[in-house]
Ligand binder design. Sequence first.
Ligand SMILES: Cc1cc2nc3c(=O)[nH]c(=O)nc-3n(C[C@H](O)[C@H](O)[C@H](O)COP(=O)(O)O)c2cc1C
Length: 164
Amino acid sequence: MATLIIYYSQRGTTDLVAKTLAKNLNGSLIRIQDLKNREGFKNRLFSTISAFREEKTDIIPPKIDLTNYDTVYIGSPTWAGNPTPAILTIIDRCNFTGKDVVLFATMDSNRGDTNINRLEEKVKMRGARVIESFTIATKNKSAEQLVNDTEAIIEMKDLKMYKR
Ligand SMILES: Cc1cc2nc3c(=O)[nH]c(=O)nc-3n(C[C@H](O)[C@H](O)[C@H](O)COP(=O)(O)O)c2cc1C
């Protein structure tokens, strides 16, 4: 049995957090791709509205079989205080019954907590037992700082305890 880290990242910060978790916790990674074009000012505005409305999107992979994992991390950037459409879409296609779930949210500076609250509601509805969660502010941080911040959280929250 093993640890899986499912995440979405548009700009690479959540990707770095997820990869740091995987390295330290011996986890596998699945990065969800959103097939909608999210680049540019106009698309950012649409993405904000879409996240606010909790709209779904087209993703790759379309679904994930969690059978071989007992601890599942789910990570999403914060968009308008909510999870991203790609992460909301994959959550609705997973069965978390019997899974220990750790949630993490990246953000520029605020509303990561509301993102986490919504993620928690969604995964619990699909059977998850949420055992931990954390937010990470990413604005103006170097890659090195992000790795250090993530490793500090792993220590502080004793996440290695859940490593199998
Ligand atoms: C459409 C959109 C909406 C966002 N809304 C918020 C927000 O409400 N609060 C916040 O602190 N950051 C917000 N951000 C910033 C991202 O959450 C932050 O930069 C995150 O680290 C990006 O992750 P990524 O590099 O993995 O894509 C938003 C970014 C985008 C593109």
